[in-house]
Every structure is written in C-alpha cells, then in structure tokens.
Design a binder for this molecule. Structure first.
Ligand code: ADP
Length: 486
C-alpha cells in the first residue's frame, strides 16, 4: 500500500507544534508494522521551506510546473533523516526565513491562501499520476494547509486515489476572502454550501472535510467533541453530516526521541526502576531556570504555545497561591505577547520560585520533562496534546483539563484508580482557575504521599504511548478504505 502524505511540517526538519511531530513519526511507525516487507510505505510531500531545502540529500527533480500560483516550481524527490519526501520547490511561495506561516511582523503572510493552494494542487497532481511511474493508493492530507489536495482531487475528472484528511486542530482552518476563489482554478460548483464556501469566505479545511473519503482526528474524545457546537468551531454541522466517516486515533510519540533512558539531551538518564536519578535533572532544571535548588519543592513544568487554547491565563491567576504553597514553576513557551509579558513579569516578581523562558528550545523541553515533578496542561480544548504523553514517559505527573486527547490519555488519580494501581495523573474540569486550584491542591496532597506519588509516576512510565497501537489503527483504516473503493 502506497500513501502520499501531505503536510506543512515534518519533524525533525520543521516543526511549530504537534502536527510536525506526528507527520515525522507516523511514516516510520507504519513501515515498522510490516517488518521487512512493510504493509504501508509513506512518501510525504512538504513545501520547500529553507529549513527543509537545507536538509535534503540526493534531491532529484521529477516534475516541473511552468507556473504554480505565480511562478515556476519543481517537485523534488529526496530523503532526509530516513524520511521519503517530495518537496515542492517554489521559491516565490516558500523561500522565506522564519516561521512558515507568519512574517517578521507576526502577521500571516498575505499570500498564504496561494501558498497552501499550491501545496494542494501539487499533491493532487502527483496523486493522480502526473509523474510517470509514481503512483499512490491513498492521499492522506494533514490539517488545513494540505486540505486543498482533496478538493483538487475531487474535481479532477478520471481515476484518483482514495483520500483521508486528519484534523490536528480544528481551530486553524485556512479561511480567506472569496476573492481568492477565482484564482484557485476550480469549477464554480466548488464554491458552494457543500464545498469550500463558509460564511461567504473560502475555507480550505471545510473543503477537505466536504470531499475526503475518510476523516480522522487525533483522539477519540476530540472526534466526539467536534461534532458539538461548543468545540465544533463552526464546522460541527458538516462534521455531524460526515459522522459516518469520522473517527479518532490517539497520537503516539516517537519513543526513540523521547526516551529518558537514552535521551542524549539530559544531564542524567533514568528508567522506571531508577527514578532517583531524576533528582539530578531536577537540580539542573532549577539551575537553568533560576529556581531555588530545593529537592523538596514541588516543581511544575509547562511547555506550550502561549495562546488562549492552552489555558495558561488560568495559571497566572493561581501563581500567587502556588508559590505561597511552596511550589515552583518552570515555563517554556512563546506566543501571544501579553501572555509572554505576564509570565516574564511573574518570574521577576516571584524570583527563585517562577522561572520563565520565552522562545522555542527543544533541548530545554526535554530537560523540563525530565526535571519537573509534574507537567501542567490546562487547555480549554486539546485535540490530542503531546506534552502530556512525553510527561507520562518521563515520569512527570501530568495535570490536565478533562478535554479531547488529554482526557483520553491520562487516568485521574482518584481513590478508585489509586486503589486499583492504574492512576497516571490528575484531571480537572471545568477549565477555570478555581478547578485548577483544586487540582493543584490534590497534586500537593499526592506529592506528600511519597509511595503513592512514585506509584503514579511508574504507572505513567509503563503506559504504552508509542506509535504501535495508533499505527495499526491507521493501517486498518487504510485497508478498510481501499476495500470500500469501487
Ligand atoms: P500543539 O500542537 O497544540 O502546540 P502539542 O502538545 O500537540 O500542542 O504539541 C506541542 C509540541 O511542541 C510538543 O512536541 C512540545 O514539546 C513542543 N513545544 C511547544 N512549545 C515549545 C517550546 N516553546 N519549545 C520547545 N518545544 C515546544
């Protein structure tokens, strides 16, 4: 089975969030299922951003577009870090430094509609066999940046591969003024209530959702939530309509990159049986973040985009109480300037108890997972969430709001779960500062009960958060999709 995955990010070449992690890890996980004769082979098409172009080895041009949304483009076949890639080398669209979606002023690039329509058009062209000898059974598009591939395939006359769309976050939809539509090269019927049109605008994700053969999202909980008005982001009606082809598959994590026993980014490595070694990582983290070097202080880590989705404004409300209770905070994140500034000020105000680093730092993210006692993810909505999965693996007790993939991946340490020996973290609901406070009180009580705490840590570390189960679920989905083809 040959899959053409289409995405705007792929770890380790380029990542701004969980999307990149998943797109980077899934191909290998799928390949490993079949052993020597893999059941599934994945080639991933990505835009030729500078970070991607710089990482390519043995790139071969396999197709030339004389004109692709404003300039010539070449499809390169290449590999990088064991990934099989097709790269859309279109300098007029992608050869820009910095964030893939935003200019230096922090605003979306004005031509993002064209940039990601181009990715979709190129993927659809390859999917329908424009390159001799290169064929695919399934085109699997990830998120709005790739969704147009499915729209172009739908409106292509003639045979086409089967299609899957995975939603990593319904909040990002790729919505543009209707003036973009005539430039997309699609028939007028594509801009209708059952297609790309959304309140008078063009909506790329909606187009993908309308025309995909199968739709998945990254946890069963989120798959249920997005068919309701509260978390449906305006697309719940369409998602209910497509409910028979919608399912949730919880993400896994790359357990070779995220393994505390072998992690080269940690000062001290440890395993489930050698938890005492974590003390060295905690000390290193306290040093790095300017925190008091106290082994007994309950140290809470946060690694996050700083946006309202992630609920960290609630944490700001609780900081005084937390510090008053003797807890410490180590926060790494970037995002909305107001939130960044608020955490920087909090760190100055609570010197030695609150440490805050604004920016993106993969090495520090690993140290926070290994050196924190608990990891806080108080999201208002969360399609899957990866940081709580890394936390489970690293023995940092996750404290999460009960939404989407957070609810699906953490078992609350209530009395029954503690007694049964299955608890892995703490859940709270609703996503309010008051409920967060209750969760932090429960956390501190657990922290005081050292045997119970260690048991929760060990349960989390034993949980299977690898790609094995989800990869098998994707294979089943692909198989059932192909079996259903005429
Ligand atoms: P989302 O995709 O919504 O941002 P996820 O929890 O699914 O949230 O994935 C976030 C990923 O990005 C994780 O791998 C996390 O470690 C990483 N990450 C987020 N912020 C930072 C940061 N400031 N520095 C390093 N890694 C970060």
């Amino acid at each position: 089975m040959r899959i053409l995955a289409v995405a705007s990010e792929i770890y380790p070449l380029l990542k701004t969030g969980g999307l990149g992690d998943v797109v980077g890890a899934l191909p290998l996980a799928l390949q490993q299922i079949g052993g020597a004769s893999p059941a599934v082979e994945v080639t991933t098409m990505v835009p030729g951003y500078p970070a991607i172009m710089a990482a390519l080895t043995d790139a071969i041009p396999i197709h030339q577009f004389d004109e692709l949304f404003g300039g010539p483009a070449t499809i390169l076949q290449a590999s990088a870090d064991s990934l099989d890639l097709l790269v859309v080398d279109a300098p007029h669209l992608y050869a820009r430094a910095g964030n893939p979606y935003l200019g230096a002023d922090g605003r979306e690039w004005a031509d993002n509609g064209m940039r990601f329509a181009a990715l979709g058009a190129a993927a659809a062209a390859v999917g329908r066999g424009i390159v001799p000898g290169l064929t695919f059974d399934i085109v699997h598009a990830h998120d709005w940046q790739a969704a147009m591939a499915l729209v172009y395939l739908h409106f292509h006359n003639g045979p086409r591969p089967a299609t899957v769309l995975t939603i990593h976050n319904l909040a990002f939809q790729g919505r543009y003024p209707a003036a973009l539509f005539p430039r997309l090269g699609l028939p007028a019927s594509a801009f209708g209530l059952n297609g790309l049109e959304f309140h008078g605008d063009v909506n790329f994700l909606k187009g993908g959702l309308a025309y995909a053969d199968r739709i998945t999202t990254v946890s069963p909980g989120y798959a249920r939530e997005i068919t309701g008005e509260e978390k449906g982001m305006g697309l719940d009606g369409l998602l209910r309509h497509r409910g028979d082809v919608l399912s949730g598959i919880l993400n896994g994590i790359d357990d070779t990159v995220w393994n505390p026993a072998t992690d080269p980014l940690l000062p001290a490595r440890y395993s489930r049986g050698k938890l005492a070694k974590r003390a060295e990582d905690k000390l290193a983290l306290q040093k790095r973040m300017g925190l008091e070097e106290s082994p007994d202080a309950l140290l809470i880590g946060v690694i996050s985009r700083l946006t309202s989705q992630k609920g960290l404004d609630m944490l700001l409300d609780q900081l005084d109480a937390m510090v008053g209770d003797g807890m410490q905070l180590a926060l790494l994140g970037s995002g909305e300037p107001d939130l960044e500034q608020a955490f920087v000020s909090a760190a100055e105000w609570h010197l030695g108890s609150v440490g805050c680093i604004i920016g993106y730092d993969e090495t520090l993210a690993h140290l926070i997972q290994a050196g924190s006692d608990a990891l806080l993810v108080p999201s208002r909505f969360e399609p899957c969430g990866l940081t709580q999965l890394y936390a489970l693996r690293y023995g940092s007790v996750p404290v999460v709001s009960r939404v989407g993939g957070l609810a699906d991946s953490v078992i609350d340490a209530n009395e029954a779960a503690l007694a049964a020996g299955v608890a892995t973290g703490i859940q709270f609901w609703p996503a309010t500062p008051e409920a967060l406070q209750v969760a932090l009180d429960r956390l501190q009580n657990l922290w005081r009960d050292k045997p119970a705490w260690a048991q929760v840590q060990r349960n989390g570390m034993a949980a299977d958060v690898s790609w094995r189960r989800p990869a098998n679920q994707y294979v089943s989905l692909y198989r059932s999709l192909l079996a259903a083809q005429p």
